[in-house]
Design a protein around this ligand. Structure first.
Ligand code: CTP
Ligand code: MG
Length: 356
């Protein structure tokens, strides 16, 4: 009897699955929400193209990769300008775009020229859409395509992401500015989970013969985007959405080795922090004292230290670096809470998604 195993959910998995599917469906944006986002985008695009004739204006992020959820009225817009490559140039354009949006009557205009990726934030008053405009953010456009391609391979990815993003918002662990993780980071964690099931649901597109290639600065973005050939890849894995949700939380609560592992969607596996030279990051004090994280025994289950998630293309970018000592404990507590609820409760969903 699996319910006594201690590592399997107690609830009836079929019922749990039906409830989670229904919930994932109800989290999909309504046609009205999509229309409002497109209206906002078209207006922003026309303003940008009036100021920068011939410039490319692209939508990226969740609205473009099919992973947006309801009641999240955000859009991510990339302004593509020739000859603006360095940080200073992008910061300057961000300033100009800020003034432009202010003059056009946008609300809450906030340029952040010094951010890692210079950005202007504002709200389109009529639709209430929150917009982020970045300049020549080509890597983000390409990782949006990568994620969209993963979504097209197996529909369980979008459903899992919807539930995880909803959970993260409800539990207040979806705010990189406050030390927790971005939506994009959760998306990568979901892809990684599906790549690493005993029978994979998703391949590692960057390990296959590349059919898409772009160089962006020092980074080479290469992956297989021949999705037609990969449709049905995950069909040999029969796990339900409920099993995958359980697997996600169980992995981050009890299986992930926070001291050693770097999650890599590029490899479809974890690599070791030593391999990434990310060992400067905290690790277990006891092990640090005895020679650094390299001294951790292989089976070590150190207390939760860092969350390390490698960006698929910008390989030096650790999406977990927003997490500090305090928030890493909060995150681990939330993963454990979720996994424990799923394991022990007869009817876990109300509590699982309860507002923090
Ligand atoms: N992005 C990135 N690096 C980050 C954060 C974001 O490249 N550290 C890019 C990704 O292309 C991502 C997009 O910016 O898809 C938007 O990020 P975010 O808003 O966090 O993710 P969404 O998938 O748009 O989620 P949400 O629906 O919550 O807006
Ligand atoms: Mg977004």
């Amino acid at each position: 009897d699996r319910s006594h195993n201690g590592r399997q959910p107690k609830a009836n998995m079929e019922e749990l699955d039906a409830a989670l599917r229904q919930m994932a469906d109800s989290l999909m944006p309504t046609p009205e929400e999509r229309a409002a986002q497109m209206e906002a985008f078209e207006w922003v695009k026309s303003l940008l193209q009036a100021r920068y004739p011939g410039a490319g204006v692209h939508l990226f992020g969740s609205v473009a990769n099919g992973l947006s959820v309801r009641h999240n009225n955000d859009i991510d817009v990339c302004l593509e300008l020739e000859g603006v490559d360095d940080q200073a140039g992008k910061a300057e354009v961000a300033g100009v775009v800020g003034e432009l949006m202010e003059a056009a009557g946008m609300a809450e205009v906030l340029p952040l020229p010094k951010a890692r990726v210079p950005v202007v934030k504002f709200v389109v008053p009529r639709t209430g859409t929150k917009v982020d405009v970045t300049v020549n953010n080509l890597l983000a456009c390409i990782n949006t395509k990568l994620v969209a391609d993963y979504c097209a391979i197996d529909a369980r990815l979008a459903a899992l992401v919807a539930l995880v993003k909803h959970w993260a918002k409800q539990r207040a662990v979806n705010d990189p500015y406050r030390g927790t993780l971005s939506s994009y980071c959760y998306v990568l964690m979901c892809i990684h989970l599906l790549q690493t099931r005993p029978t994979p649901v998703l391949p590692a597109l960057q390990q296959l013969q590349p059919t898409f290639r772009r160089a962006v600065g020092q980074w080479t973005c290469e992956f297989c985007d021949n999705i037609e050939a990969l449709r049905g890849f995950g069909a040999v894995n029969c796990e339900s959405l409920a099993q995958l949700v359980w697997a996600f939380f169980e992995y981050w609560a009890w299986r992930h080795n926070y001291s050693h592992d770097v999650v890599s969607v590029r490899l479809g596996a974890c690599l070791h922090k030593d391999d990434k030279d990310w060992t400067r990051r905290i690790g277990n004090e006891r092990h640090l004292a005895s020679g650094g994280p390299a001294a951790c025994p292989p089976a070590c289950r150190c207390l939760p230290s860092d969350v390390c998630i490698e960006d698929p293309f910008e390989l030096s970018h650790d999406l977990g670096r927003t997490v500090d000592r305090q928030t890493r404990a909060v995150l681990h507590k939330e993963f454990t809470r979720a996994a424990t609820l799923l394991r022990d409760a007869d009817d876990p969903l109300d509590l699982l998604f309860a507002p923090y």
